[in-house]
Design a protein around this ligand. Structure first.
Ligand code: V3L
Length: 85
């Protein structure tokens, strides 16, 4: 099932899981073979680049974050900035 894998973006010292809505959108775009995807995250448009596997804010492209598609069970800091207990 598709929920065995999830999408993550890099924080300071570990990975964060994308929020569920964005998660679903990114997975759909990835599976349909698109090279990039634009997601609305916290009021800003972000570009997800599947070829280079990073994301960046569209109007502030210099700050890139690595992304990965990995097992949902893989180690991560939390969900979209909310720390895991
Ligand atoms: N989903 C949610 N928030 C995001 C995302 C995303 N895909 N991308 C960026 N932000 P930038 P530590 C992150 C937030 O890249 O302690 C974490 O979620 C980003 O939030 O310059 O460094 C944490 O909330 C940041 O607050 O556009 O690991 C926070 O950083 C802001 O957008 C601290 O995490 C600017 O990111």
């Amino acid at each position: 099932p598709s929920n065995e894998h999830s999408w993550f973006y890099m924080g300071c010292n570990g990975w964060w899981m994308y929020e569920p809505r964005v998660q679903t959108e990114i997975e759909e775009a990835f599976k349909s073979g698109e090279k990039t995807f634009e997601a609305l995250i916290a009021g800003h448009l972000y570009v997800v680049d599947f070829d280079n596997m990073f994301q960046y804010r569209k109007d502030f492209p210099s700050k890139r974050r690595k992304i990965k598609r990995d097992l949902t069970s893989s180690s991560h800091k939390g969900l979209a900035g909310l720390k895991q207990e």
